[in-house]
Design a protein around this ligand. Structure first.
Ligand SMILES: [Fe+2]
Length: 268
């Protein structure tokens, strides 16, 4: 079962993959041409249902990065629909099959829609995201109230730069469409950081009590992340002062605090 975000010009289809990692698969289509782009295909049947029910024509498969849960059905869709795969050039060492390179600021055309490529390394070096209209297909670079891990070919310094100097500067209105729905675990992590768990605030408290494992979380924008995502708040003393282990975060270097927070999240 998928959700549709419908605009005059385009439709974004999204659904939660029924796995423990709570992957989210996306298809974006142009309403007038029915061309579409399939992003990080993991659930073959779910994506096929969207394509068939809406009479879509895949123009591209797009990989935000080359981790196995984001590329699983690349070859199925490429051969069935005879459409090219788009991925960052650094995937050439990782893929045995052919693909077209995308770079920072490239424009991907799908029907009448123009999607802009953003290089967002750190979770892994080949990570790219897409910006389209008010939407940000951000893969595993940033999640609602969290950021990607760096355990599989990742680089935490690079992730720090991507989050702090790139993603944090994006417009507040941009809505995140992440590769996983980790909202619940990220709220409980945030709760565990505070000296007093009520610091989490009523907005996040309501989200936590409304959480249903089988449902996708609502959409949140960059402004919400700036207000609530701990990885975007490590330069705020009002935030750091509320933490139970605030002494750990005394180091003046923001990059140090970011790495420490990433480590604490891994241990959570
Ligand atoms: Fe990943």
């Amino acid at each position: 079962m998928y959700e549709s975000i419908v605009d005059n010009r385009f439709t974004i289809y999204r659904f939660l993959v029924q796995n423990s990692d709570r992957n989210i698969n996306y298809v974006l289509s142009c309403n007038s041409t029915k061309e579409c782009i399939v992003i990080d295909p993991l659930d073959k049947n779910g994506i096929e249902e969207i394509i068939k029910e809406n009479s879509l024509r895949p123009k591209y498969i797009f990989n935000t990065h080359a981790h196995p849960d984001h590329i699983k059905y690349n070859d199925f869709f490429i051969s069935k629909y005879e459409c090219p795969l788009l991925a960052h050039i650094d995937c050439r060492e990782l893929f045995e099959f052919e693909f077209e390179n995308v770079f920072e600021n490239d424009i991907v055309k799908v029907g009448n829609l123009n999607l802009k490529v953003l290089h967002t390394p750190g979770h892994c070096h080949e990570h790219v995201s897409l910006i389209f209209d008010r939407y940000f297909f951000c893969g595993d670079s940033i999640f609602n109230l969290g950021v990607g891990n760096v355990n599989f070919r990742g680089d935490v310094s690079m992730l720090f730069r991507t989050i702090t100097h790139k993603i944090k500067n994006l417009p507040d209105q941009l809505l995140l469409l992440p590769g996983h729905d980790y909202l619940k675990n990220n709220i409980t992590f945030l709760q565990s950081l505070y000296a007093n768990s009520s610091e989490i605030g009523s907005e996040l408290d309501v989200l936590l009590s409304n959480f249903k494992p089988s449902k996708l979380s609502p959409l949140f924008n960059i402004g919400f992340e700036k207000r609530n995502n701990p990885f975007l708040r490590i330069d705020e003393f009002t935030f750091l002062d509320c933490l139970e282990r605030k002494d750990l975060f005394k180091n003046e270097k923001i990059e140090f605090r970011f790495k420490l927070l990433r480590q604490l999240r891994d241990e959570h």
